[in-house]
Ligand binder design. Structure first.
Ligand code: PEP
Ligand code: CA
Length: 498
């Protein structure tokens, strides 16, 4: 049973040169591990709060000394010497220690750094790879769900919330609930190491690798707003391994570098997640460019390589209208335009096609894209179980973008994951635009059997660390990549209209 001996933290810099938190967890057994927390720029309003110092003379107010101080001080003092049954009990202690709904007292950055470092130290103590440890964590929660309450608890909460929606009340506030995996009691951590160590993780629980979605072009908040939409990603569709997917994606990326230089006269300058940021005049021109790059690389659009789009429309939604520059439009008009994109281009996933508060229009978007493209919620859901329950009930979308730091602990992210799975959704595991060289993301995506990963482009070491770790895991676990969901067969065109 893992007993925490010491927790320390350090302010480090992320890929944008902004401060973030790295924590180190030392267990009584001597196992020790560190983990670093990423940070978003295109953030959802419902995300847990990243604690920043606000001192304008240090990193323009973005310093993380307070968050680091909380790990070194209060969190260390309260948790040191405590034996935790599992990740859920550690996370519950962190949540209770913080005592706020959005982790604003200690900071989600401080809390997540400890949650992650503990997971890694526990995996080290059990002498299993981190992905196995994550798989075991998922298996335990699924096991508990299978015994009876689990899925039912999830769906009864969804039912409960739906009733309150129908009555016009907000959903039951339950930001810190953990139906899956541990006792809700206050004194969740045991001081007495009296139970057996967990069984080594069952690698057999991992049957497939996630399919990669790789950033090609960026606009919006990731590339200086030269276009309102945020990311165009390529989805290697035909490869069955990570290694082959990267070969394919690399060829398309190099074609994009050449196209950007030849067509836009632009040097190889990259956006926050390593994508290129050409000054296209419209989203449609960017999709045409992407399709051209796929062809230039020798592949067939829609068969070998598809596209995914992060519209990130919360960030150009004002007063009930979408400000797509030349063509501002209503929610219904934007849905028509998104549908046209999936008809005219081999787009198989649309993320945040509508704004995070435009709940009214989301069900129509899901209906309109059904069977053509995933309707993926990022800002809409914020990896938050309450928002996911609402989206399931209202049929707002059919896929979850899972970003652990949006909610702030591994256990809550797992709860979000299980709710999405219970609804039959796809799960896309995502990094953040400000990330670090830490690669726990890849172990999580494999261990929790994500359907897809979203780790950015094939440049910049903080992105490549994730792909390199996936390659290393693939060498240990030679499993095929998960099939693309039914949408791929359901009528993507192989070429845009001429
Ligand atoms: C995204 O919007 O999906 C993303 C990865 O960017 P950020 O981390 O800025 O939210
Ligand atoms: Ca997004």
């Amino acid at each position: 049973m893992p007993k925490i001996k010491e927790l320390t933290a350090l302010e480090i810099l992320d890929s944008r040169g902004r401060p973030t938190v790295r924590a180190t967890c030392r267990l009584g057994s001597g196992a020790v591990a560190s983990a670093s927390v990423p940070s978003g720029a295109s953030t959802g309003a419902a995300e847990a709060l990243e604690l920043r110092d606000g001192d304008p003379h240090r990193y323009a107010g973005l310093g993380c000394r307070q968050a680091v101080g909380h790990v070194n001080g209060e969190i260390h003092r309260c948790l040191c010497g405590t034996v935790f049954d599992d990740q859920a009990s550690l996370d519950q202690s962190l949540i209770e220690l913080d005592g706020t709904a959005n982790k604003s007292r200690l900071g989600a950055n401080a809390i997540l750094s400890v949650s992650l470092a503990f997971a890694r130290a526990t995996a080290a103590e059990s002498e299993v790879p981190l992905y196995s440890h994550f798989a075991e964590m998922l298996g335990r929660c699924r096991g508990k769900m299978g015994q009876a309450p689990g899925l039912e608890v999830a769906s009864s909460r969804i039912r409960e919330n739906s009733e309150t929606f129908r009555e016009g009340r907000p959903p039951t506030p339950n930001p810190n609930s953990h139906e899956f995996g541990h006792s809700p009691s206050k004194n969740v951590a045991s001081k007495a190491p009296n139970a057996r160590a967990p069984e080594p993780a069952p690698c057999s629980a991992i049957r497939r690798f996630p399919r990669l979605t790789i950033n090609l072009f960026s606009g919006g908040k990731h590339a200086g707003q030269q276009l309102p939409i945020q990311d165009v990603l390529i989805v290697p569709a035909s490869p069955t391994t990570v290694a082959d997917s990267l070969v394919m994606a690399s060829a398309v990326y190099q074609a994009a570098v050449r196209l950007t230089a030849a067509k836009y006269g632009q040097r190889w300058l990259t956006a926050d997640e390593g994508g290129l940021g050409p000054p296209a005049r419209s989203p449609e021109e960017l999709f045409e460019d992407a399709v051209q790059c796929i062809r230039d690389a020798g592949f067939e659009p829609g068969r070998d390589v598809c596209l995914a789009v992060d519209v990130a429309s919360s960030h150009f939604y004002r007063d009930g209208r979408y400000d797509l520059r030349s063509q501002p439009c209503s929610g219904s008009e934007l849905i028509e335009r998104l549908c046209a994109w999936t008809r005219d281009f081999p787009i198989v996933s649309i993320e945040d096609g509508l704004a995070e508060d435009d709940w009214q229009h989301w069900p129509a978007l899901r209906e309109a894209l059904d069977g053509r493209a995933l309707v993926l919620g990022d800002d809409l859901l914020c990896t938050n179980p309450q928002r996911i329950a609402r989206a399931v009930q209202t049929r707002a979308c059919n896929a979850l973008l899972l970003k652990v730091n949006q909610i702030g602990t591994l256990s809550e992210a797992l709860h979000a994951y299980l709710l999405a799975r219970a609804a039959g959704w796809q799960v896309v595991v995502s990094v953040r635009s400000g990330d670090t060289e830490d690669d726990w993301f890849s172990d999580l995506a494999v261990g929790w059997s994500g359907d897809q990963t979203k780790a950015g482009s094939l440049t910049q070491s903080e992105r490549l660390a994730k792909y390199n770790r996936l390659l290393a895991i693939e060498a240990e676990l030679p499993l095929p990549i998960v099939d693309w969901p039914h949408v791929a067969e359901a009528g993507v065109r192989t070429a845009p209209p001429s």
